[in-house]
Design a protein around this ligand. Structure first.
Ligand SMILES: [Zn+2]
Ligand SMILES: [Zn+2]
Ligand SMILES: [Zn+2]
Length: 204
């Protein structure tokens, strides 16, 4: 965190509303710039997005309807022309698009979980998670459909897809760990043989 000594000009609340204006050739959403309202009080900005959050619209060229993606940012403007913004409330954020399972080495997995690994001091073979690319992020574990056929956990979770079902906590499977692999790590590109852990790749 850097300390800012430049004088503050103003703090305002900006309400934003965004929606899908069409679909690309690959079927991906094309999102328009949407609407922006600037208000001096947070309550005025929140009223605007609460109203829009409750409405739905039809995606052009499809039968699909969706709620608007709306959020409020607190924006602080400084005398030097710079500004900082923090999201203070958000509704109907679109789910990130999954790009499937990737298998990463222990260093990548530990960096994702803890921000460091045992190799940080001796030096990494490759910079952990450096192959993920801009505009993508990863989450631990794999999608249900990528679990092995006959995995008991998969079977239970498919039967009762409710999240946080306590019955599921009693079971654990090892689908997301490969104890020895000679394949390249898909997180950093390292060829070092060893453990690989499943992660799911998402587009932001
Ligand atoms: Zn490390
Ligand atoms: Zn499994
Ligand atoms: Zn790696």
């Amino acid at each position: 965190m850097s300390v800012k000594l430049i004088k503050k000009l103003e703090t305002v609340y900006v309400a934003r509303c965004q929606w899908v204006v069409g679909r690309g050739a690959d079927g991906a959403d094309i999102t328009g710039h949407g609407l922006t309202w600037q208000r001096e009080s947070p309550d005025d900005a929140l009223i605007i997005i609460e109203e829009h959050a409750a409405k739905t619209y039809a995606i052009p060229g499809t039968e699909e309807t969706r709620p608007y993606h709306v959020w409020v940012e607190r924006v602080t403007r400084y005398r030097d022309g710079s500004e900082e913004s923090v999201t203070v409330r958000e509704h109907n954020r679109p789910a990130p698009q999954s790009y499937g399972t990737i298998w990463v080495c222990m260093d990548c997995m530990l960096h994702h979980a803890n921000g460091e690994c045992g190799g940080c001091h001796e030096g990494h073979d490759e910079e952990p998670l450096s192959s993920i690319g801009d505009g993508f992020h990863v989450a631990m574990g794999m999608a249900l459909i990528d679990h092995a056929e006959g995995c008991l956990w998969r079977e239970l979770a498919s039967r009762s897809p409710r999240q946080g079902d306590p019955a599921l906590d009693d079971y654990e499977c090892d689908c997301d760990t490969n104890t020895y692999s000679t394949s390249q790590c898909e997180g950093c590109g390292s060829w070092l043989h060893g453990e690989r852990h499943a992660m799911t790749l998402f587009k932001d």
